[in-house]
Design a protein around this ligand. Structure first.
Ligand SMILES: [Zn+2]
Ligand SMILES: [Zn+2]
Length: 346
């Protein structure tokens, strides 16, 4: 057993405390990673607060993990000591179902093993990246390209792949008009990736506060959704809309912005059910869709794509003692655009 230092919460309304957690001894295909940086994702907050169902406490969140390989199991072939490595939202899956065989492990028919708040094949609760070390099967570890620093690599493992995968799947590229709803951690990645894919990008944000950033990151247009004229002006404009907002929004107003055969993809996850008018789909053969992270192969492809196009998230690095404060600021949308914990401060 390996003892790792961590930051844990003991209940839905508790603050973080220093903790020690056990990491298993390396199995034949396991990799031990010394974590250098861990991003703070909105999902961490939902889970820590118990908003997505019952949670096994104490909980160590964190599924945007970047570090260095410090030990490998005897049969590991993909990694060696010293490699730069990343771990995202999942650490295992059945490996045998149709979806796993197709490289879509996130949709494993037997259920993927989440990086935290899940149960692994040994029957142990999984604990995430707000810790100094993690043990993960090599098939769920990503290679971080040399030209991406580890602090900015961390958020790519969730925010990056969550936006890359639907942009890739629904064919964002030259000649396509893509709208990104929300200019937060996910949105500011979607803008950069869609732009690099060659699409014409528009940001739809509540206000124009982050307009300059949006344009700098690659958007051609930027509109405030608080202005009703925006929706009139942009009717039937977009081939693809990526909705990154996890608050409830008026779906019909956004569906009307899609062209014939356009698709609105949800990657933000509101807690309450949504409503929409079927006529808004029928009239223009539109699709209403969702997408969850991406498979391991696609996550590697995303990292290599970001390296090639110099795409990195904008981050604010914090110490381990600032997690509670960071959560408050994420909830207040007061972050540009991702908090990343410097694990050396643990
Ligand atoms: Zn996440
Ligand atoms: Zn499977």
């Amino acid at each position: 057993m390996i003892t790792a230092k961590a930051r844990a919460v003991d209940g839905p309304d508790k603050t973080f405390r220093a903790a020690e957690i056990k990491r298993r001894d390396l199995d034949s295909h396991d990799v031990l990673i010394e974590i250098k940086y861990a991003g703070i994702c909105h999902s961490d907050i939902h889970t820590a607060h118990g908003e997505w169902g019952p949670v096994h406490y104490p909980l160590v969140p964190g599924h945007e993990i970047a570090g260095i390989v410090t030990s490998v199991g005897p049969e590991v072939t993909k990694f060696k000591i010293g490699d730069r490595a990343g771990v995202g939202c999942m650490v295992d899956s059945c490996g045998e179902c149709q979806n796993c065989r197709n490289g879509e492990e996130q949709y494993c028919l037997k259920g993927k093993v989440d990086t935290y708040a899940s149960v692994d094949k040994y029957g142990e609760p999984t604990q995430g990246g707000y810790s100094t070390h993690i043990v993960v099967p090599e098939d769920f570890v990503l290679k971080i390209p040399d030209n991406i620093e580890l602090d900015v690599a961390a958020p790519l493992l969730c925010a990056g792949i969550t936006t890359y995968s639907p942009l890739n799947h629904w064919g964002a590229g030259p000649g396509k008009k893509v709208a990104v709803v929300g200019m937060g951690g996910l949105g500011h990645m979607a803008v950069q990736i869609a732009h690099a894919m060659g699409a014409e990008v528009t940001v739809l944000s509540q206000t124009l506060n982050k307009k300059q950033d949006g344009l700098q990151l690659g958007a051609s247009h930027y509109y405030a959704t608080s202005d009703p004229e925006t929706f009139e002006k942009l009717t039937e404009s977009f081939d693809l809309i990526i909705n990154t907002v996890s608050a409830k929004i008026n779906m019909d107003a956004y569906l009307e912005l899609l062209t014939l055969d356009g698709t609105l993809v949800n990657v933000g996850a509101p807690a309450e059910p949504l409503s929409l008018s079927a006529m808004n789909l029928i009239g223009h053969r539109r699709s209403f869709a969702g997408s969850m992270i991406g498979g391991i192969r696609e996550t590697q492809e995303m990292l290599d794509f970001c390296a090639k196009h110099n795409i990195t998230p904008r981050i604010e690095v914090i110490s381990a003692d600032q997690i509670d404060e960071a959560y408050q600021r994420v909830l207040a949308s007061d972050v540009k655009y991702r908090f990343v914990i410097d694990i050396s401060t643990m």
